[in-house]
Design a protein. Structure first.
Length: 181
């Protein structure tokens, strides 16, 4: 059964612990994750929080939604929001949702969501125009980055160690060895 945007927003607000997403008009509950997934997610948030200018950016982990269309709402594992976008939502009692492209959106691979993230969510993040999209694999110890190019296409890069600097986040360097610890 296809769910309307209005119904989805109501369900997501009334059941926040349900971690509801909407894919092609279908409700989808985000499942629990492995310790490896959660460790990498926490380590990434920690590294980002230590380096980002609090006056310019905020980090969300399993909170807030990115919206591509009335039938597509997702909860990325991690994403970075320009503070002005976040502040615009503070007076609202509606679902925290970001429709404009973001500087960094991240999914961490998990056995329960790995194929869904790659096949369904990552292409939608590209259609949204997010500036950089990461898929981190905690068991293979890889980070795959899709970086938006001036012509709207994405360049794909894979990192297996060392450091990574997100293109849209000045002065941020993510240490992959620390990330995977």
């Amino acid at each position: 059964m296809t769910v309307s945007e209005k119904t989805f927003r109501q369900v997501a607000l009334e059941d926040p612990s349900g971690r509801w997403e909407l894919h092609c008009g279908q409700l989808r509950q985000k499942p629990g994750m492995t310790a490896g997934h959660n460790n990498v997610q926490f380590n990434l948030v920690h590294q980002l929080d230590l380096q980002l200018d609090w006056n310019q950016f905020r980090v969300r982990a399993d909170a807030g939604h990115v919206r591509r269309s009335a039938s597509q709402y997702y909860i990325p594992d991690v994403f970075v929001i320009p503070v002005d976008l976040m502040r615009n939502q503070l007076p609202s009692r509606d679902l925290e949702t970001y429709s404009t492209p973001l500087p960094l959106v991240v999914e961490v691979w998990s056995p329960s969501t790995g194929n869904y993230d790659v096949d369904s969510k990552l292409p939608e993040y590209q259609r949204r125009g997010d500036l950089e999209i990461w898929r981190i694999h905690p068991y293979d110890r890889t980070l795959t980055a899709w970086r938006r190019q001036p012509d709207g296409t994405y360049a794909e890069l894979t990192f297996t160690g060392g450091t990574v600097q997100p293109v849209a986040l000045p002065n941020v360097t993510i240490d992959l060895d620390t990330l995977f610890d």
